[in-house]
Design a protein around this ligand. Structure first.
Ligand code: SCA
Ligand code: 5AD
Length: 699
């Protein structure tokens, strides 16, 4: 088999087209296009999943929401529904994603921060209290701790009087992209895939109206992938899920119409529309080729506007970006949509920013007339030919993935990580070099700063969760719980029984999310792969710029002085796995002259301090997007000051990520020297580090 190294991939694959090469399209551009004669609602669905599209039913307004306790998020859900949302979408906190109870020492800093804390079926009942699950469909973004969380949802619904056969909703259940980009896995890929198929099997038999997967491209886009790579990876993963379900003798025409899709929609206005049209064609062809019927072959899509396209600088500009991205999703024929809040790069949304985000959709849906026309771009010389180009480009990517051994091998070899990372580096270099315009970031800057940012103080939440877990444990039969958990462990060992059905029994007996996870961890321990970055690409893309060279020389002076490159340790801290930023920083710092080491994910402050002290590092860089920077970074700083020859003043500690300005002083008091927010170019980061390590630490 011929494998292609990342470096061998032709540059036209890697390069985004910020501007289209051809500026006028005519009838001749339509010649030879295959899919133009089909109506919307008919395979291959290029023109839409349904015949009447939004004239029959507008897309579902489904805003991703979750923070703090189940009660607080329940209030936010009801507010969203009363303000015009038509579906719900749950954001869980990181401990829940990774199967830790809120009382676990590894969870504490992050409980309720970027999503809602759920420890048990009782929390889940509080989350949906007063919400009619026969009317409102609920999407849950859950992949790692999917068994106990989905089990808690189903049991809570049953105990609240709903029949699970009537429930409508979606569970993300897309574990492959977790290993590729999103990073909230628990077990290794093979057992994780077994769990995923168990869920498809259980839901298709018992909850036939529930979408058993939301196969995601969105996270590839957020990690750096361009539209056709996003689409190719999504389809490659989807084919594995089909293979696995079919290998278990599930009938394609019974389960396949409940596999749904999820794409990111960025600022590449036309391509994003074309991508959704292309996606439906490619999926339809795949399913029909496997013997599926037209219903099975209909791709249904949820979209979320892009987080990466939004800026911390002049955040109100983000309202405009999000509106434009939402229009692409709608013109592309999405079934359901989340529009990001404008304060995205600062924190999770406030009540005000959440309402504006929702109103963006209401205005598009009710004021513009966009919903009156089915596939308004149909027949456009440009759009139809662009759709075909994206189909072709995606097929080329799929072939490339096959040439690299298929998606699982390409994942294991690191090839997929490299490809996405390299596209991210390309885009970041183009933003940093002002080749890709980013208003307020690399041109037309201003000093405007918003004041109102949501902050989660989780002390009270942790106490409440603790009390709820104690109350749960008091009223349950421990014997019954132990039996159910043992049965779960045995079933994981034997591999022959459906794990969702068994987890539901453990959850019904009042086992917690953490206890169910631990029962599985006995057989399938936590997976912990290394994280890598690509050297030389980012630097090559910046090599024409004087500022890059000026700072590179400064780093080089440090190297000469010490006869070796300055060594920097870079890490994520805690349970947050969003690593596009830190990988870009690692690549950039490495190219500008540092000896950069990137740690594995999910390290505790103790782990980081141990690693840092083990070697002769001159600086420690921590990337934080989880809102727990004050607690966790302070812990690292305290431990370094306590254990080593550092004082707060000479601690070579640097933090990057989503950090509200009001926290700057707290971090600086702890010993942090510089804080880098999204949009900071590498040479500024490198310059600050060099300045600090040479003047403060006499490195
Ligand atoms: C709709 N229907 C129509 C119709 N339009 N029937 C006839 N004519 C039309 N024009 C019918 C459908 O067939 C369906 O009925 C019902 O109306 C509901 O429509 P739908 O299109 O299925 O819409 P919805 O129920 O909203 O489902 C959408 C979708 C689902 C299928 C995409 O999977 C979904 O809601 N996904 C959301 C995923 C999500 O929120 N993810 C958030 C990720 P039947 O069902 O009877 O056919 S957030 C994330 O991951 C990022 C952050 C992070 O943490 O990383
Ligand atoms: N509430 C609302 N939106 C959220 N996002 C992440 N967590 C939340 C939350 N708790 C959105 C942001 C982010 C994307 C992954 O999802 O837009 O970029």
């Amino acid at each position: 088999m011929r494998t292609t190294t990342v470096g061998q991939i032709k540059s036209e694959f890697m390069k985004e087209q910020y501007r289209n090469q051809q500026s006028l399209f005519t009838q001749s551009d339509l010649s030879g296009l295959e899919n133009l004669d089909y109506k919307p609602g008919a395979a291959p669905y290029l023109r839409g999943a349904y015949e009447s599209m939004y004239t029959g039913k507008p897309w579902t307004i489904r805003q991703y929401t979750g923070f703090g306790s189940a009660e607080e998020t329940n209030r936010a859900f009801k507010k969203s529904l009363s303000e015009g949302a038509s579906g719900l979408s749950v954001a869980f906190d990181l401990p829940t994603h990774l199967g830790f109870d809120s009382t676990d020492s590894r969870a504490i800093a992050e409980v309720g921060k970027t999503g809602v804390a759920i420890d048990s079926v009782d929390d889940m009942k509080r989350l949906f209290e007063g919400i009619n699950l026969n009317d409102v469909s609920v999407s849950m973004t859950m992949n790692g701790a999917i068994l106990p969380v989905l089990a808690a949802f189903l049991v809570a619904a049953q105990e609240n009087g709903f029949n699970i056969g009537d429930l409508k909703g979606t569970i993300q259940n897309d574990i492959l992209k977790e290993f590729m980009v999103r990073n909230t896995w628990i077990h290794a890929p093979t057992p994780s895939l077994k769990i995923s198929t168990d869920i498809i099997e259980y839901l298709s038999h018992n909850a036939p109206s529930f979408n058993s997967q939301s196969i995601s491209g969105y996270h590839f886009q957020e990690a750096g992938a361009e539209p056709s790579l996003e689409l190719a990876l999504t389809l490659a993963n989807a084919k594995i899920y089909l293979d696995n379900a079919q290998a278990r003798n599930l009938d394609l025409n019974t389960f396949c119409h409940r596999l749904s899709f999820f794409f990111g929609v960025g600022m590449n206005f036309f391509d994003e529309i074309a991508k959704l049209r292309a996606a439906r064609v490619l999926w339809s062809n795949e399913v029909i080729q496997r013997g599926g019927n037209a219903k099975a072959a209909r791709m249904k899509i949820h979209c979320q506007t892009s987080g990466w396209s939004l800026a911390e600088q002049e955040p109100h500009n983000n309202l405009i970006r999000t509106t434009i991205e939402a229009m692409s999703a709608i013109f592309g024929g999405t079934q359901s949509l989340h529009t990001n809040a404008f304060d995205e790069a600062l924190s999770i949304p406030t009540e005000e920013s959440a309402r504006l985000a929702l109103n963006t959709q209401l205005i598009l849906q009710e004021e513009t007339g966009i919903t009156d026309i089915v596939d308004p771009w149909g027949g456009s010389y440009f759009m139809e030919s662009r759709t075909q180009q994206i189909i072709n480009q995606t097929q080329q990517w799929l072939t490339l993935i096959e040439n690299n051994g298929g998606v699982i091998k390409a994942l294991e070899s690191g090839w997929i990580h490299q490809i996405i990372h390299q596209q991210a580096l390309q885009t970041q270099a183009d933003i940093d070099a002002n080749r890709k315009p980013f208003i307020g970031v690399n041109r037309y800057q201003s000093d405007y700063k918003p004041t109102n940012i949501r902050k989660i103080d989780n002390k009270a939440i942790i106490q409440n969760q603790q009390k709820s877990i104690e109350a749960l444990k008091l009223k349950r039969s421990d014997k019954h719980v132990t039996l159910a958990l043992n049965e779960l462990t045995q079933a994981a060992q034997s591999g022959t029984r459906n794990l969702l059905a068994l987890t539901m029994e453990a959850i019904r007996a009042r086992a917690t999310i953490g206890e169910c996870t631990n029962a599985l961890l006995k057989v399938w321990p936590r997976y912990n792969p290394t994280v890598s970055f690509s050297a030389n690409q980012y630097g090559d893309l910046r090599s024409n710029e004087s500022e890059w060279h000026r700072v590179k020389k400064k780093v080089s002076a440090v190297r000469k002085h010490h006869s070796k490159k300055p060594k920097i340790l870079l890490c994520k801290l805690g349970l947050d796995g969003h690593d596009r930023g830190i990988k870009t920083v690692a690549a950039g710092l490495s190219d500008i002259g540092f000896d950069a080491t990137l740690t594995p994910l999910f390290l505790t402050p103790e782990d980081i301090v141990e690693l840092f002290l083990k070697d002769n590092y001159c600086a420690l860089g921590i990337s934080m997007l989880s809102g727990s920077h004050v607690e966790l970074v302070s812990k690292v700083a305290n431990k370094l000051v306590a254990n080593a020859s550092f004082t707060r003043d000479n601690l070579p500690l640097f933090v990057g990520g989503i950090i509200p300005h009001e926290d700057d002083q707290l971090l600086k008091d702890a010993g942090v020297k510089s804080i880098f927010r999204p949009g900071t170019v590498i040479e500024v980061i490198a310059d600050q580090i060099v300045m600090n390590i040479t003047t403060l630490t006499n490195y």
